[in-house]
Design a protein around this ligand. Structure first.
Ligand SMILES: [Mg+2]
Length: 119
């Protein structure tokens, strides 16, 4: 089971993702409310996996990804995307994103992606 940091500016989105992951036995070791907070908490908590929403204030998910991967070149980051973010997905791949999850969340997809990243 994975220790996961959730980074998303939407409280509802964090809550839904937390429930899906905890129900499957994963541990949420922290939540962050924007990209800057996510970068700080990643350094503090050193999660197995970090989920990064793409659209966030202060630093967006792509900017947070770049900083996190500079801090930890092996960081496993899953980008949380919405429809119509293809350009940003391409950039995220370039900066080392491990996988993608599309909102709205489908529990089976979320858990499959976590397993793939942890494998
Ligand atoms: Mg957002």
């Amino acid at each position: 089971m994975a220790k996961i940091l959730i980074v998303d500016d939407s409280r509802t989105s964090r809550k839904i993702l937390r429930e899906i992951l905890e129900d499957a036995g994963h541990t949420i070791i922290g939540e962050a409310v924007d990209g800057e907070d996510g970068y700080i908490k990643y350094q503090e908590l050193k999660p197995d996996v970090v989920t990064l929403d793409i659209t966030m204030p202060k630093l967006d998910g792509i900017e947070a990804l770049q900083l996190i991967r500079k801090f930890d070149e092996n960081a496993k980051a899953i980008m949380i995307t919405a429809a119509g973010q293809k350009d940003k997905m391409v950039r995220a791949v370039k900066y080392g994103a491990a996988e993608f999850i599309t909102k709205p969340y489908e529990a089976s997809d979320v858990l499959k992606v976590i397993d793939q990243v942890m494998a």
